[in-house]
Design a protein around this ligand. Structure first.
Ligand code: B12
Ligand code: SF4
Ligand code: SF4
Length: 317
């Protein structure tokens, strides 16, 4: 089963706002799909005259895209997502697995042809162009991992704080399909799709549970989102973020977040950001954070001129 999830939303780019992929900003799709699949499974059991089915979505050890392509539901594009003819690739996949003996449907014969728009649009070079992906470079993975985001990839993550839609946004069959998802997949409010990065940087566990537990962003914990906010602020290059990053560097309970806040301050590189880094260098006892601070200070020396142009907003920061 493929269920469309793209919904129309107003423009969601604004200064110091992060980006959340459209798969994650509504009620957790695993629950929604399992409910839908349950209806189909009960119908299958009814036909079979007893229990003959089980449902799965995402978390079961099934190669869902391969099965969907084999069943003729669509084809796997060069962005490595299943594309449903007429429905595009913003679709979730789920399965009803059954012991009923059913006649197989033929696989889809479609392919992307010479198009390679997604490959060119991917900021991290994760898509190889041969229908495979280097998942370690994909922003969806980088924003979910629980350790440090590799330094060389941080500038490429942009303002994404959870997942990424870029390769599908440019995909012609996905664009032609348009936003045909049900209202259940709409963001609960504007902040769900574009959260304030400085607020996210200060997100604590209780607020995390309240805001994110029911969504597909609610399983990695608050520190991962604070780390992602620090990376996005380092890419926003706005001096207005310096006080919040300073606080995170001084007092965030998680060394991962303190280290990424140091990186972001190094990217911004304003006088106040450098002063904060030097003060933290003098007192920091954690070796991983100390290494981030040292690298950030070295960055501020290397990229001075370019940064002076880029961080022209909020000159007082
Ligand atoms: C791990 C995972 C990721 C990883 C790795 C993604 C990857 N491309 O491998 C990361 C975190 C990067 C990721 C990102 C995303 N994911 Co994801 N992810 C998964 C997950 C849990 C497993 C995928 C997996 O096993 N990958 C490993 C490779 C080896 O397996 P595979 O590519 O699926 O299978 C191929 C090959 O193995 C081969 N193959 C498989 N079996 C066989 C058998 C034979 C005989 C042969 C010859 C070949 C062969 O062909 C397959 C098709 O190309 C699936 C759910 C699931 N259970 O399948 C969701 C899933 C693929 N993700 C999904 C989504 C929505 C996303 C994101 C769009 C989320 C986002 N916006 O941030 C991004 C998209 C990034 C991208 N461009 O692909 C959806 C895709 C829906 C769709 N339309 O296809 C899935 C299906 C979840 C779902 N139930 O809806 N994801
Ligand atoms: S989701 Fe983003 S980072 Fe991942 S392959 Fe697509 S464009 Fe690249
Ligand atoms: S953008 Fe083009 S190449 Fe990439 S998946 Fe879509 S149709 Fe295929």
């Amino acid at each position: 089963m493929a269920v469309a999830y793209a919904v129309p939303v107003a423009a969601r780019r604004a200064p110091l706002r992060g980006r959340v992929s459209n798969y994650a900003w509504s009620r957790d799709y695993h629950r929604t799909l399992r409910e839908l699949l349950g209806h189909v499974a009960r119908a299958v059991d009814g036909v079979a005259g007893g229990a003959a089915s089980a449902v799965a979505c995402d978390t079961a050890p099934l190669a869902e895209r391969a099965l969907a392509a084999r069943s003729g539901l669509g084809w796997v594009g060069k962005h490595t997502n299943l594309i449903v003819p007429g429905g595009g690739s913003f679709v979730f996949l789920g399965e009803v697995v059954t012991t009923l003996d059913l006649a197989p449907s033929p696989p889809s014969k479609k392919s992307c042809g010479s198009c390679e728009r997604c490959v060119r649009a991917c900021p991290t070079g994760a898509l190889r162009g041969d229908y495979t992906i280097d998942a370690r470079r994909c922003i969806a993975d980088l924003t979910q991992r629980t350790d440090a985001v590799p330094r060389e990839l941080r500038p490429l993550v942009g303002e994404w704080v959870w997942g990424c839609d870029l390769c599908q946004d440019v995909c012609p069959p996905t664009q032609r399909a348009g936003p045909s998802g049900a209202a259940a997949f709409a963001p609960a409010n504007a902040a769900a799709a574009a959260p304030s990065l400085t607020e996210l940087l200060e997100l604590r566990s209780s607020d995390y549970k309240r805001r994110y537990r029911a969504t597909a962003m609610g399983w990695r914990g608050a520190a991962v989102l604070r780390r992602n906010a620090a990376v996005a602020l380092g890419n926003a290059l706005d001096r207005a973020a310096v006080p919040a990053l300073e606080r995170a560097l001084e007092s965030d309970p998680h060394p991962l977040v303190r280290g990424h806040a140091a990186w972001a301050l190094g990217r911004i590189g304003s006088p106040r950001a450098r002063a904060a880094l030097r003060a933290a260098a003098a007192t920091c006892a954690d070796p991983s954070v100390a290494a981030e601070i040292a690298a950030a200070l070295a960055d501020t020396e290397t990229f001075d001129g370019a940064r002076a142009l880029q961080t022209r907003r909020n000159p007082s920061g």
